[in-house]
Design a protein around this ligand. Structure first.
Ligand SMILES: [Zn+2]
Length: 64
């Protein structure tokens, strides 16, 4: 069974130079193009942070 080396690592094409950049790299090693960070993860982290803040504030609100 032939294993394609390009398939073992997820890559994405750099819009700046067309180079296949590993998906875990946030910056193209050739032209230093910075890939935009996916918004969904940031949005999830924001909601998690908000939930933690609310949980921390709830006992304080009860004391007031
Ligand atoms: Zn590039």
């Amino acid at each position: 069974m032939h294993i394609d080396p390009h398939r073992s690592f997820p890559t994405r094409e750099c819009p700046g130079c067309g180079m296949n950049v590993p998906a875990n790299e946030n910056r193209c090693p050739v032209c230093l193009y910075e890939f935009p960070v996916r918004g969904s993860l940031h949005r999830n982290l924001w909601w998690i942070a908000l939930a933690v803040i609310l949980l921390l504030l709830l006992p304080l609100l009860r004391l007031l």
